[in-house]
Ligand binder design. Structure first.
Ligand code: SPV
Ligand code: MG
Length: 432
């Protein structure tokens, strides 16, 4: 019996894929190459269903003979491994991000003496339509919460951008950039205490309570689906932190990061070393333990943020604390520094990775921003947070437009700095 390879994500089983499978089964036994979460994540959003769930669905399709994992976006490794007689694909791969794959598949199948079968794709069901339908399905708090852990598993580096309003969240939700190694997009959002308080005209000193912050975070939750990491400042006293954890979980937030400082909190990039008071490590461990005990889901993450380098202490001090926080149950650590060279951070990463190969490590490269994501990942980082850029970009733009209006006594000259009204209206899904 001949074998026919069909690559698929199978997150939504639509008539288009059923057509392809049926056609494939006319040529032999269908070998379904089911893309793993990591294979998909290089180019597309994570699928709604996890690999094992999608596998169950595909295995139960009448015309599918066998399901094997396709671990890469490219078909080539699996074609070489399974040497099918045919590979079948919808002809929509002639253009767009799959065009390069198509060329590779033709070349490899010719080498293997196999054949490529292309069939017309079912009109209306292509990946764009698919993506739109996924966005319109939206998400649930439960699904959103779990996504961060899945992303950490599936991607070499999870890219997080600060959001402080529904509009900034929408940009993060939809922006894409096609690069040589795949489609780059932001994987999730950072609810920053700095930009959240600054957008309210307040200092970053824990003056905005959780209820108010959540009220504003709801704007973002209402118009986006990507996971959110919450900047929990010091977390307050353990008795209060317990309530914060529950509230965040209930709202579908994936993780909270709390920092090991005490006293009146100052922003890490702003206060002097002397103003930054480190909490006794054991006290902070107690807070982590209280939070872990309070959480309801298995997936919610409590990430311990090390402020040793911000407070002028050594990498040794940070390492010692990191180990005790992990032992206390922290699901990950964030190391912060305002040193531009990045040397202290690199040193910490190296030493931390020697102790723990897999515990998620978060970096916030605001000052050491000459390093690329690839470089930071090679140091051992799992998550990169761009902590304040949406707010910092919008503020000068607003000042510029307002000053121009003051200067000219009319708004005509400010138009060139402003988005046309029509585009604003088109920006918001469903606003047209
Ligand atoms: C924030 O964004 O509020 C942070 C990161 O805590 S930093 O401002 O770099 O301290
Ligand atoms: Mg903060």
């Amino acid at each position: 019996m001949k074998t026919v390879y069909v690559g698929m994500t199978a997150d939504i089983i639509h008539p288009g894929i059923i057509n392809i499978i049926r056609e494939a089964s006319r040529h032999g036994e269908v070998l379904a190459g089911l893309l793993t979460d990591s294979a998909i994540a290089a180019y597309k959003r994570l699928p709604y269903l996890a690999y094992e769930q999608r596998k169950q669905v595909v295995e139960s399709l009448r015309d599918v003979g066998r399901v094997v994992p396709q671990e890469e976006w490219s078909y080539v490794p699996n074609l070489k491994k399974y040497r099918p007689d045919f590979i079948i694909h919808g002809d929509d791969w002639k253009t767009g991000i799959l065009a390069r794959e198509r060329e590779d598949v033709f070349r490899v199948m010719a080498e293997l003496g196999g054949q490529v079968i292309e069939i017309p794709y079912t009109p209306g069901i292509n990946s764009t339509a698919f993506n739109e339908s996924v966005t319109s399905i939206g998400t649930t708090p439960d699904l959103r919460l779990k996504t961060l852990r899945r992303l950490i598993e599936a991607k070499p580096l999870v890219r997080i951008m600060e959001a402080h309003s529904g509009l900034s969240g929408l940009i993060i939700e939809s922006l894409e950039c096609l690069k040589d190694d795949g489609v780059h997009r932001f994987d999730g959002m950072w609810s920053s205490s700095l930009t959240d308080s600054a957008s309210k005209g307040k200092p970053d000193i824990e003056a905005v309570d959780i209820t108010t912050r959540l009220h504003d975070l709801t704007q973002i939750l209402e118009c986006t689906t990507k996971p959110i990491i919450y900047d929990g400042d010091t977390g307050g006293i353990p008795e209060h932190f317990v309530f914060t954890v529950r509230t965040l979980e209930r709202n579908g937030i994936s993780a909270v990061i709390i920092e090991d400082k005490t006293g009146l909190k100052k922003n890490s990039l702003f206060g002097t070393e002397v103003e930054q008071q480190l909490a006794p490590a054991e006290e902070f461990c107690e807070k982590i333990r209280a939070g872990k005990k309070a959480q309801v889901t298995r997936e919610f993450m409590i990430i311990a943020r090390l402020e040793s380098l911000i407070a002028g202490k050594s990498v040794d001090n940070a390492m010692e604390r990191a180990l005790s926080y992990v032992r206390a149950g922290a699901d990950g650590v964030m190391i912060h520094s305002k040193e531009k060279s990045g040397e202290d951070i690199r040193e910490f990463c190296r030493r931390f990775r020697r102790e723990y190969a897999k515990i998620p490590l978060v970096l916030v490269p605001t000052t050491y921003n000459r390093f690329t994501e690839k470089e930071l990942a090679s140091w051992g980082a799992n998550i990169i947070i761009y902590a304040n850029h949406m707010l910092r970009a919008s503020y000068p733009a607003m000042v510029n437009a307002a000053r121009t209006i003051l200067e000219y006594g009319r708004s005509k000259e400010a138009d060139e700095f402003c988005m046309p009204i029509k585009e604003i209206l088109e920006l918001i899904p469903g606003a047209k």
